[in-house]
Design a protein around this ligand. Sequence first.
Ligand code: IVH
Length: 818
Amino acid sequence: MTAPKSPAPASTAATFRAIPVDDLSPAEAASEHKALAQEITGHDAAYYREDAPVVSDAEYDALRRRYEAIEERFPGLRGEDSLSEKVGAAPSEKFGKVAHKVPMLSLANCFSDEEVVEFVARVKRFLNLGPDDEVAFTCEPKIDGLSCSLHYENGRLTVAATRGDGSQGEDVTQNVRTIADIPERLAGKGVPQTIDVRGEVYMAKADFEALNARQAAAEEKVFANPRNAAAGSLRQLDPSITASRPLKFFAYAWGEASDLPAETQFGVVEAFARWGFTTNPLMVVAKDAAGLIAHYRSIEAQRALLGYDIDGVVYKVNSLELQRRLGFVSRSPRWAIAHKFPAEQATTVLEDIEIQVGRTGALTPVAKLTPVTVGGVVVSSATLHNEDEIARKDVRIGDTVVVQRAGDVIPQVVRVIEEKRPAGSKPYEFPTLCPACGSHAVRDVDIKSNKIDAVRRCTGGLICPAQAVERIRHFVSRNAFNIEGLGEENAQLLFDAGLIRNPADIFSLHERQDEVRKAYFLRREDRARQREEQTGKIRRNVLSEEERNFSDVENLLKAIENRRHIGFARFLFALGIRHIGEVTSKALAKAFRTVDALSGTVRAAAPGRPGEEWFSLLSIKTIGGISSVALAEAISDHANMAGTPEATVRRVFEAARLNTAQRTALRAEFGKESEIITQLKRAARDRPSAEFEALASVPDVGPVAAASLCEFVAESHNWTLLEKLLQQVQIDPEKPQPVTTDSPVAGKIVVFTGSLEKMTRNEAKAMAERLGAKVGSSVSKKTDLVVAGAEAGSKLDDARRLGVKVITEAEWLTMTGD
Ligand code: IVH
């Protein structure tokens, strides 16, 4: 294989972002605007609906700003569904919906003192005031939680809702009633007949730490940061869970109100405090930009000491009359702005790069740093993402680097300070062997796009200690060996006790049953002791614990014995080879019938497996396998003939019978003619052998899965293990599955979407296939039928748009007679 090439950029938006907005052509702007919208919508869903953001606030803000800058330069792009008109994400269907009579808007952001000065000037200009006229503003921390609107009727809390998409939120009334800071009844004078009090639900830092410690002890989900913990706790279907989570609330705004207790922002918030709400003590009134900035600095200095997370400071025009005159622009009020804190950075030395191997074999580079304080937290390691990032930033061991902690995400290495680089340092070479087991680590190819993945993965899944427990768990899972009693916890126990190091060991476990019993027993003892310590209660019946222990082990051993015979497809799937999922396993089992036949073919194919340059060519849209082969042949025939690069490329394209779209795609990817020739030559050098092509052309297999099988057999320890396994289990050759041809769905293309109740996805798929249907993964015009379960999303929308027939799970079961 040739040296790895940088993969194609992940998205068009990422490619464009290097171009200043002012230099974008209208076509580029339209394309980036669309790509950014998709990216932002994805982040919105992750943040608002799943409470699990994947990018830092700073990165998200940068995307938003770019999006808005593009719309500003090309207003034609600001269509009805522009994101600048929307806030947040549509409410989840899990909760009842609540319409906000006054929309819950968002705040515009700014990051510098100059922008604050400009905000104040803008407000004055809009109000037709001179620069010397005074306008007062409130200035308060921006709490990092989630906003909530509380509806009070005659002083009683009736409905509480999250922001949702700004006009419709989720009904979280019962959950909100469990929050001590939120009064059930408003006390004191001047309470209007109806009012929506708004503010932020959040979790204090100490409460967050304690909650995570409890969650970890109970082996429950731990939260990435207090905001996610607050959101996850508030958006619970079971209010008793919310009640057990320590949520808090600051009141700072309002929606619909029959009357207001004051004529200023500050005055209304003061009234909230009188009525029984907690309001933020750091709110002040300032009379100009300098006053706002001074208070911003003061809050910034106190940030690390506050008991809760904040991510900036909010300025609001104090007079409600002026607020009314200023009004709103798209999704935010003209009278307020959020001054966000910059991502916190510090400089330190990168002492080493450690490669961690994840449970699924991904090699992740982690920077080991001379400890440094970043925004009040000591940081000694930071993520370097992947090898392309290391190469792009040219990060070397010994370098002085800038590290950043953006809000809650893992610290990252931003850049290298090259002037401080020690003499004689060398570019970092990313290991190609797994540090945990020594197997080859390869870069994967995305099965859909054929693009080379940024992540390098260990190929020694079955013997790699870092992946062992995960592999064992997969090996025994329901659709693989289906051995009950070896879930994650027991697999970990037996692995730690040295009793199962790999799947073959499972079948010789009976020879070590005394040790297995001992491991189970010690765990029970350990747990009982912990319980005693926690509850102060001394347990009785030690013996019966031992007896139960005994039966657990008996059951496990029985379950293992029952699985010494297994179908070929299940066996293949159980091996957990990358890209060899259930469908591919079935296809391989059907085509080869026996392990010997398959391994013979894979061994013959392995030496001629394609390299990464080949996959780079395949990844170009419109260039499929056939054209790639034709191009490889054509370039070999024509590359050394005389003539200009232009003439060569023309001849090659003609010989390969490329159509116009394919020619354009190649030019767009590689650029100049000479570059096209170089890249095609490289791809041709990496092209697969005929033996490999034969394997890849098995229906439902394809080049990516075929390459993965080849990687597997290329590791000798995989063979050793496979042989051990074959001594323990007997593989039944695949029986051809009878397929019905007279069922109502025979020959039809069916797509399942949403969550099914009566069957798993896999069962549904197997059932459809048994009945002669083909199961598709996405909805297109060719789809005959969509079976939609609860919470079906975009596929259901696609089906409706394309007029494809949609039925429920129950209708499917009736129709197929199950
Ligand atoms: S005022 C019409 N004040 O920031 C504007 N918002 O980006 C009403 N937030 O959705 C919001 N602290 O979740 C306001 N002191 C504060 C805030 C605050 C946090 C959040 C809130 C809002 C988001 C706006």
